[in-house]
Design a protein around this ligand. Structure first.
Ligand code: APR
Length: 246
């Protein structure tokens, strides 16, 4: 039975005209990054208040301490896992056109995919909230608490979407444009609890897109819009799918 599902998904990928992958924190769990929700979730250990934009603006020093601890110290030596690498391979072979990710860890790029829409930004970039100048992480010192803008001495923030911040127009537009082209959407490792990212799979479904989901438990998508649910860890499922495609 299981072999059939992977075989069907492999065939769907080979036959698809525009396959898109939509990912969440679950795809990076096997790289050592905890998810946000669920039993080992980051939000079980840390109060998300440090990631609210108003709080950051009012208390950059105390917020930065937690942000650095979680997103820079803890994430510092993470590597792409098999799931990221298989997606990179399928991208290079032309089977996958785009990855839309909610993740901020840069692992899809490091896994070989060159067309990644980062719905919530990227930890390797910083932005000054006063003059809007952006900086790459290698050009600033994150040891400062928090890093300051070289030009206006205002605190920098990681160029990721904080709670209370709007998603960048560009990310939304590009994601919807891509989703509207998809005839196959593979959802990997997301609870689907966060809007507006969680609207994207529903837009795909309205376009009669075939939807595959890979997760270790059901999400809000599973019983509503998913056509094939592969209850498996991302790296194992993607390894099996790669065998069916190539
Ligand atoms: N393989 C596949 N899925 C997994 C694995 C794994 N090895 N481990 C966990 N998962 C699944 C969980 O079952 C869960 O459904 O990954 C999902 C992670 O869900 P969340 O922690 O809610 O992460 P995500 O959906 O990406 O959250 C969206 O919330 O806090 C914000 O900005 C943050 O981008 C994040 C957004």
């Amino acid at each position: 039975m299981e072999k059939n599902f992977y075989n069907i998904v492999g065939q769907k990928i080979k036959d698809s005209k525009y396959c898109i992958i939509f990912t969440g924190a679950g795809i990076s769990v096997e790289s050592g990054i905890p998810p946000f929700r669920g039993k080992d979730g980051i939000w079980n250990k840390y109060d998300p208040e440090f990631l609210y934009i108003d709080n950051y603006l009012n208390n950059p020093f105390s917020c930065w301490k937690v942000i650095k601890e979680i997103f820079y110290d803890y994430f510092s030596n993470i590597k792409p896992n098999k799931a990221h690498i298989v997606i990179g391979n399928l991208y290079k072979k032309g089977f996958v056109k785009t990855v839309i990710t909610q993740n901020i860890d840069n692992l899809h790029q490091e896994g070989g995919c060159e067309n990644v829409i980062e719905f919530h930004g990227n930890l390797n970039k910083f932005i000054c909230l006063k003059c809007n100048k952006t900086f790459n992480i290698e050009n600033i010192s994150i040891e400062e608490k928090p890093p300051f803008c070289n030009y206006c001495k205002f605190p920098l923030k990681p160029d990721i979407i904080f709670f209370g911040e709007a998603i960048k127009e560009d990310a939304i537009k590009k994601s919807i444009d891509e989703i509207n082209k998809a005839d196959l959407l593979i959802i990997i490792g997301t609870s689907g609890e966060v809007a507006p990212a969680n609207n994207l799979p529903f837009i795909a479904k309205r376009n009669n897109c075939f939807i595959v989901e890979i997760n270790i438990v059901e999400s809000i998508f599973t019983k509503t819009i998913v056509d094939i649910f592969l209850k498996e860890k991302a790296s194992i499922a993607m390894e099996k799918i790669e065998l069916e495609v190539t």
